[in-house]
Design a protein around this ligand. Sequence first.
Ligand SMILES: Nc1nc2c(c(=O)[nH]1)N[C@H]1C(S)=C(S)[C@@H](COP(=O)(O)OP(=O)(O)OC[C@H]3O[C@@H](n4cnc5c(=O)[nH]c(N)nc54)[C@H](O)[C@@H]3O)O[C@H]1N2
Ligand SMILES: Nc1nc2c(c(=O)[nH]1)N[C@H]1C(S)=C(S)[C@@H](COP(=O)(O)OP(=O)(O)OC[C@H]3O[C@@H](n4cnc5c(=O)[nH]c(N)nc54)[C@H](O)[C@@H]3O)O[C@H]1N2
Ligand code: SF4
Ligand SMILES: [Mo]
Length: 719
Amino acid sequence: MPSAQKTPGSSARPPSANEQVTVTHCAICEMGCGLKVTSRDDRVVRIEPDKQNPYSWRDFCIKAATATKVLDHPNRLLSPMRRVGDAYVPATYEEAVEDIAGRLSAIQERHGADAVATYHGNPICWSYGGRPFESELNRVLGTSNRFNFGAIDENSRHVVGREMYGSEMAYLQIDLDDCDCLVLVGGNPAVSTMSWCGNIPDGWKQVLARTAAGMDLVIIDPRRTESAVKAKLHVAPLPETDWAILLGMIHVIFREGWEHRQDCADAEGVERIREIALASDLADLAARADVDRAVIADLAERFARARTAVCVARTGPAQGRNGAITEWLSHVLNLITGRTDRPGGNVYYNRHIDLIRMVPFRPGKPSRVRGQPPVAGSRSIAELPDEILTAGEGQVRALIMSSGNPVVAGPDGRRLDEALARLELFVVVDLVQRESHRHAHWLIPSPHFLERGGCNPLYLALNSKPFIQMARPAVRPPPGVLDDWRFYQMLGEALGRRLFPDLDDPTPTSVADRALAARGLPSAAEIDRHMHGLMLGDQAFGGLRQSVATPSGRIEAAPPPLVDQLRQRLAEPSAPPEGEGCYQIISRRRLQMMNSWLADTTAQSIGGDVGTLIEIHPADAARDGLGQGDKVRVRSATSEVTAKVVVSDAVRPGVAVLEQGWGSAVYDPAVGAVASRRGINRNQLVSNRDLDDLTGAPRLNGTRVAISALDPELCEAGA
Ligand SMILES: Nc1nc2c(c(=O)[nH]1)N[C@H]1C(S)=C(S)[C@@H](COP(=O)(O)OP(=O)(O)OC[C@H]3O[C@@H](n4cnc5c(=O)[nH]c(N)nc54)[C@H](O)[C@@H]3O)O[C@H]1N2
Ligand SMILES: Nc1nc2c(c(=O)[nH]1)N[C@H]1C(S)=C(S)[C@@H](COP(=O)(O)OP(=O)(O)OC[C@H]3O[C@@H](n4cnc5c(=O)[nH]c(N)nc54)[C@H](O)[C@@H]3O)O[C@H]1N2
Ligand code: SF4
Ligand SMILES: [Mo]
């Protein structure tokens, strides 16, 4: 039987006879909410929040409550499946591993290690066995062609961590408990929770409570979001222009002498920032963002004069061409006003895990085709099609894709799809076969998170409180499904290369135990004894300046690559989308979605034409002769889609909102047919060449489009 445990004093519905209750946590998003899962005969019958979890349960949401829709998905992969013609036939793991290892070895022998690439998507971060074993498989494969979701998510953080603090893993966090002024640039935590490379459980409710008690909440977002309506001030700039607002704030702060003199003196390069900021023209910066210069001056004053404050940039700007400089300038703003690693500010937790010291920056090999260096060990997914399609030494011929759907989640899905079709070997590890997997030669099933357990001590550096909990399987995986880490381990063995050769018996537990012991933390077994999780005292910060691993040993306020890119942007003329039919697109998430993978399950509950809608401002709609419900053609330099108009003053003029995550097929591999597809893949509009050079991020936000009911030639799209 699964390792189920009784919950002492559980509230809600008591389990009936032959029901079992397992206490674990959700692994759909970063929040990791505590769960109480009731099962009967190895089937999950109920999922509730674990109210005895001291840390996270309050964010419990519909995605977890309906997790059985994925667990019991009618098209779930129930054994390895081998492609035969257009459909797939079941095979054993032994057959799969033998065939895959044979072909990988042959490809690497003939064409070198880099001919095999890997991609992992977001959900593997919460597979406590899968993540380290996949990473170890990468090591033994010896390929530099590792791809992941970083460039469509968090690379701006890695780049700024590397340049300012000396480690791509320098994740700074919000000290919300003591914060009097919170400026959020491009995040919508009312829907997405207070998470992004860190988490504050119940954080959005805490933000609301602090705001009610006087905290100044400012949200900068082209759309008046579910979060923005709760802010004291909502500023709606054009996409990709936040850097200009932040530089304008820095200008005002230096001009007025509001900076924190000691912190400025202690860091390297503040004088350079001061020069650049003071030399820039506030009116020009305001015009670039299309906001009033008085708003920038007001923002600067509120921020600088607040007792405590923090400015945080999230995925809105990170998914555009100016993500790195926006992230950087938010750190600079915090630094020069004395908010870095100070109470109520932007803080670094290193009491249990010092990620900066653990993972100092090491440069990686640039990519073959475009010559781009990796970020945090990974290439941008925007580069994968060229690496597959461009002939020559080091051409990618095989790919292992784990828990990812980049044809929908990443840029220019059509081009990626074409490239994936050309692979000699394409192996997918997932729960179901989705859009990105249609050309796979092998489909390898994964257990659902409710079927596996474990923990990751590194998350102690990302949690707002030093909380650690062992996830526990609530039910067993289907009979034909092995734990994902076992697949990676078997593949390594079949390649003749043992994973974790320095461990006698490598398992997720022994891997975690080694990491825990190295930091003097309790063992996995000890953590497991605390059913609802273990709080390791208080979170501590204030040690960033000791941990910093830059060559100068100090925080670098003006790293050359960021300064250079800022100068380039300042030299470019400001070019807002102007004229009939011209817009920049931005994205939107739904509570019922997790990127692309709940569209056909939890998000079924969203009715109507969701997934095909495009939201535009009434003035733009009037100018372009468009009305509610009109069908339009949306065309970019890369591709085009059709969508249905929603006229709404929540979005600012010049901007069109297209929701992310829709348009992915789900296949029935046994017959090779599409089982479902809903909505449009809006990321098809996004180029895989027009990137932020520093992060490799495509312009998921900011791509220019022409929208038209009739005539698509209204303006120079993609200019
Ligand atoms: N336009 C636009 N695009 C975006 C975004 C946006 O805001 N706007 N957001 C971006 C962000 S923040 C991210 S993180 C990326 C995500 O990019 P990806 O991670 O590549 O894509 P997902 O849509 O999350 O797809 C996850 C896949 O993992 C599978 N999966 C789920 N659970 C498991 C599991 O336990 N094991 C295995 N093996 N597979 C599993 C799902 O079935 C699905 O196929 O998308 C990005 N794309
Ligand atoms: N329900 C739900 N929750 C999720 C996810 C999900 O898919 N669904 N995904 C999870 C993941 S993987 C992540 S990384 C986090 C992300 O969490 P967040 O970073 O909060 O992401 P979003 O909710 O997409 O908010 C981004 C906001 O940026 C705005 N925006 C777009 N372009 C710009 C710009 O150029 N400048 C500014 N200032 N704003 C801009 C958009 O209008 C949007 O409101 O959410 C996580 N939580
Ligand atoms: S999906 Fe919902 S329940 Fe699961 S961790 Fe995220 S916020 Fe919590
Ligand atoms: Mo993400």
